[in-house]
Design a protein around this ligand. Sequence first.
Ligand SMILES: *Cc1c(COP(=O)(O)O)cnc(C)c1O
Length: 386
Amino acid sequence: MMKDTQSRIYLSPPHMSGFEQEYISEAFTSNWIAPLGPNVDAFEKEIAEYVGVSGAVALSSGTAAIHLALRLLGVANGDRVFCSSLTFIGSVSPILYQGAEPVFIDSEPENWNMSAAALEQAFIWAGRDDKLPKAVVIVDLYGQSADYDRLLSICNYYGVPVIEDAAEAMGASYKGKPCGTMGKYGIFSFNGNKIITTSGGGILISNDIAALEKSRFLATQARDPAPYYQHSEIGYNYRMSNILAGIGRGQLKVLQERVNARRKIFELYYNELKDIEGVSFMPEAEYGTANRWLTVMNLDQEYCKVRPGKIMDALERENIESRPVWKPMHLQPLFAGCRYFPHDYKYSVSDLLFNTGLCLPSGSSLTTVQQQRVIYSIKNVLSKFR
Ligand SMILES: *Cc1c(COP(=O)(O)O)cnc(C)c1O
């Protein structure tokens, strides 16, 4: 047995509730092992009810959900799509699957999400050569809602639909409205590291029932209604299996507890580290409640000479996992040559956050003893660099 002082502390590991097994057993007993089945139907209904939308389609990943949303909006070869730059690749690769051109939008310093100023600039640019985007993908970063009143008013002015990538923001809200429900389509991810998980999976949500029906068709190999296998358009094998939906049902029961736990973890990091010169955290905007999926520490370069990478290495030596902030998409080799609109012509917020931010272990199963070990290690490294 390894002592707790040595066991590995992960960034955001899966955290089972104990309810999952029941639903999985049910699936086994009734032999609903084939994809689809009663757990899938129930999971979709439960999620739709939870966030208050008309319907949901459970899928194999959050990335698949974004891909289907783009398909439903008619995004095709040569089209433009605007997207938050500070995000995970899953927000963006579906734009490439459709042969479309991503245009990246910076964050704003107040909430780290899509900058209204940069979005405005991008629309002005796109309007000038008469090629508006077919969609705007807005990400709710690290479990915090973007500022939708401002962003939607711009998108609505230009008549461009929004896909809300709430992969990290399930259980968070904006002005009392659940994240995921702000645009024409919303998506959640149930990947193993997210606030609740099906080991792998995602879901597409909307109030447009006809569109969701179409997405079900596309996600099930686009089979025409015929006695034989007939196909008139390209489809995908994107549906979630009945077993995994069972895990999701067990997880959904404890979502609010998971949000509370992650918020509590943030509070402890904040209280223990906030007084160190140069240390700050992702701010929580007044307009909403974040789920604090990951606690992100920020190191002001003026006051704190140590780079996040150094802290990451030091934590690794203590068997603690941490991660840099997402490397912005406009800095990725894959997207060299793509257009990028910074928050301000003088500086790019996402570049700065990438250079100064570090994601700390934030899993809802993290014990206080483990978290104190992380805090102690961080204090220790920081003290050596001043
Ligand atoms: C995890 C994630 C995705 C992709 O979800 P998968 O289920 O892993 O495909 C998309 N966007 C963001 C912001 C994510 O964090």
